[in-house]
Design a protein around this ligand. Structure first.
Ligand SMILES: Cc1cc2nc3c(=O)[nH]c(=O)nc-3n(C[C@H](O)[C@H](O)[C@H](O)COP(=O)(O)O)c2cc1C
Length: 265
């Protein structure tokens, strides 16, 4: 059960806005029940400065059965705690095998008290094919309802954080290994159509790992992309495209770029 009028700091990452939508909905519910909620973007906060005096929330998308290496790094670098309650929520399109248990293990070892973990299905954000708009809308609405319920359950102490040892630890290794990402990058690398590019540099601002640099008059990708889809989803003139035919489907985004950027640290 969460202490009324207490502070909750939620540290989140979102690629295309599903996780942010879930976090905003949870924050609304928690605030309506008297909690103070502060949101922090993981990419703009030093993990060492996570506030261990108050409840910590962690929210992020599923990627390759686990999550992005920079999220694992964030959690690994969080300070040691002495029983700080922590909860997590992830968003995914289908299934994650390698998050809930392994995250619990890391946090417990650091001295946090895991109070709840939930995984919420949201629309897929990989451009694999065309979207059925009605289906996407329904999935989004259902996901946000689950987010509301999770926030209420957290308030009322009805949440758990399970752990299946071995299998989920093994699956977590897939998303934590650089080899998986090297293979993914080969499948899905980005190109910029300079005839379309309006040089707004939004892609440079949005990249969570500073992998896009402004080179005189054009964006240039480095080789540490984690395929979070941000640059691709939010390019205002659709100048960014994948070199792979597999990823030439419709773009997906659940929020505007400014909704992400306006949340500072
Ligand atoms: C590179 C990549 C890998 C993904 N891997 C998985 C996965 O293993 N399982 C799954 O259910 N969804 C997977 N997804 C879908 C996202 O987890 C899902 O759409 C999520 O809600 C996106 O959240 P966001 O909009 O906050 O970035 C993946 C998406 C991307 C871009």
């Amino acid at each position: 059960m969460l202490e009324k009028s207490g502070l909750i700091n939620i540290y989140f990452f979102t690629g295309t806005g599903n996780t942010l939508s879930v976090v905003l909905r949870m924050a609304d519910v928690l605030r309506s029940r008297g909690m103070e909620v502060k949101l922090h973007r993981m990419e703009s906060v030093a993990p060492e400065l996570v506030d261990t005096q108050h409840v910590v929330g962690l929210a992020f998308p599923v990627a390759v059965q686990g999550t992005y290496p920079f999220i694992w790094e964030f959690v690994k670098k969080m300070p040691e705690a002495d029983g700080t309650p922590v909860f997590m929520v992830d968003t995914m399109s289908e299934y994650s095998g390698g998050i809930v248990g392994p995250m619990r293990k890391i946090l417990e070892r650091k001295g946090y008290m895991p109070i709840g973990a939930r995984e919420i299905r949201m629309p897929p954000n990989i451009p694999l094919g065309s979207f059925d708009r009605e289906k996407i809308k329904k999935r989004l609405e259902e996901g946000l309802k689950k987010a509301e319920k999770y926030a209420i359950d957290l308030m009322e102490g009805r949440t758990k954080w399970g752990r299946i040892p071995l299998l989920s630890d093994a699956m977590a290794l897939i998303s934590r290994s650089e080899t998986s990402w090297k293979i993914m990058r080969k499948l899905l690398s980005w190109k910029v159509d300079m005839d379309k590019c309006v040089k707004c540099r939004l892609c440079v601002h949005l990249c969570p790992v500073s992998n896009i640099k402004w080179d005189g008059n054009k964006p240039v990708y480095g080789d540490s992309c984690y395929l979070c889809m941000r640059c691709y989803a939010f390019c205002p003139v659709d100048a960014i495209y994948s070199t792979s035919v597999i990823f030439s489907g419709q773009k997906y985004k659940a929020v505007r770029a400014s909704d992400i950027l306006k949340i500072k640290g």
